[in-house]
Design a protein around this ligand. Structure first.
Ligand code: ZN
Length: 341
């Protein structure tokens, strides 16, 4: 019980990409870049193991952007036709590629990355892909002109990819859907339907990550407008509880999410964000334990997985390492209290 994991990403070493920057440019190219990415995955795996994390990831060391990394392998998405649009209901501007024709996956996208990570850790391995709604919200569309239809098309491509990755020995395939906290009506209308297409027939557990975003200024400003209680999850959790998704990863640490909303996820594994990614201050194990204890009032221990609030890619490496250690140490404290360690 209380197996620890992380949302997905970790900061990249300075020899791989510019430190401290979101979507940082690579420092190398070609074969040298590919080799450096593989090396960085080994470092990320060993650092998670040393910190005591039970379910590890590749730290997303081989992708520059959590959505566009997958889109680059999709025919019909034109990266030469970039447009600046408002995304997440115009919360911030982003330069995005354009859908200009029928979508088709050119071939395997992340298979080599999963094979490499699987070969170098004996721990449970999780891999993340962008969810269909978040993809649709992170590009311009001049072909389908219908968000549901476009999401279902992407869900089909995600499913092709996810089936191949699961067959390589993944324990968990996670879809990142920060857009689920923005378009609550669309989650009901077609968001869950698209998730189901994306996870159909997978030979591993499935997770969806829904958060309030990285700790960047646009998100911090947005959170300030959400009032004293963040109740977005109240609309989506009952839909997820009735869905075929196995696990839900959410934000808890330092957030204004009323924790009783976790009770709406009955029957699901809950990845409880017990480490804040919007601050450089490293939590103490006792602070992490306090968040886990509060969540235990609403989630049974065997279904609770202490996790990070969101990806840690924008943080300094030493801060991220400290937060991973605090996460594992805090979980260990609570396990001892429960007589399970
Ligand atoms: Zn997130």
């Amino acid at each position: 019980m209380l197996l620890t994991t992380l949302a997905g990403s970790l900061p990249k070493p300075a020899w791989l990409a510019t430190p401290g920057a979101l979507w940082a440019p690579w420092r190398l190219e070609g074969a040298a870049l590919a080799e450096a990415q593989r090396d960085a995955v080994l470092v990320a795996l060993k650092e998670q193991e040393a910190a005591g994390i039970d379910i590890v990831t590749d730290g997303e060391q081989s992708r520059q952007h959590f959505v566009h990394g997958f889109l680059r392998a999709v025919e019909g998405v034109d990266f030469d036709r970039r447009q600046t649009i408002g995304i997440r209901a115009d919360r911030y501007k982003a330069e995005v590629p354009t859908v200009t024709g029928p979508l088709r996956r050119r071939g395997p996208v992340h298979a080599d990355e999963v094979r490499h990570a699987r070969a170098h850790t004996t721990r449970q391995l999780k891999f993340t892909l962008p969810g269909p709604m978040t993809i649709v919200d992170t590009l311009a569309d001049e072909h389908y002109r219908d968000r549901r239809r476009l999401a279902l098309e992407f869900a089909r491509l995600i499913n092709e990819e996810a089936r191949e990755l699961a067959a390589l020995g993944l324990d968990v395939l996670q879809l990142d859907e920060p857009a689920f906290n923005v378009y609550l009506d669309d989650v009901r209308a077609w968001g869950i339907e698209a998730l189901h297409v994306a996870i159909a027939g997978l030979a591993c557990r499935t997770a969806v990550h829904i958060c309030y975003g990285y700790g960047i200024k646009a998100n911090i400003d947005w959170k300030a407008t959400l009032g004293g209680q963040w109740r977005q999850y109240e609309a989506t959790f009952p839909l997820l509880a009735a869905s075929r998704i196995d696990q839900v990863s959410l934000e808890c640490a330092n957030s204004r999410v009323p924790l009783e909303l976790l009770g709406l996820l009955r029957g699901k594994d809950v990845l409880v964000g017990a480490v804040d990614v919007a601050t450089d201050r490293v939590e103490t194990p006792e602070e992490v334990a306090a968040t886990i204890r509060k969540a235990l009032a609403h989630v049974p221990a065997e279904r609770l997985y202490p996790c990070t609030n969101c990806g840690m890619v924008p943080l300094a490496r030493e801060v991220a390492r400290g937060k991973l250690r605090a996460l594992a140490a805090g979980a260990a404290l609570v396990k001892r209290e429960l007589g399970a360690a």
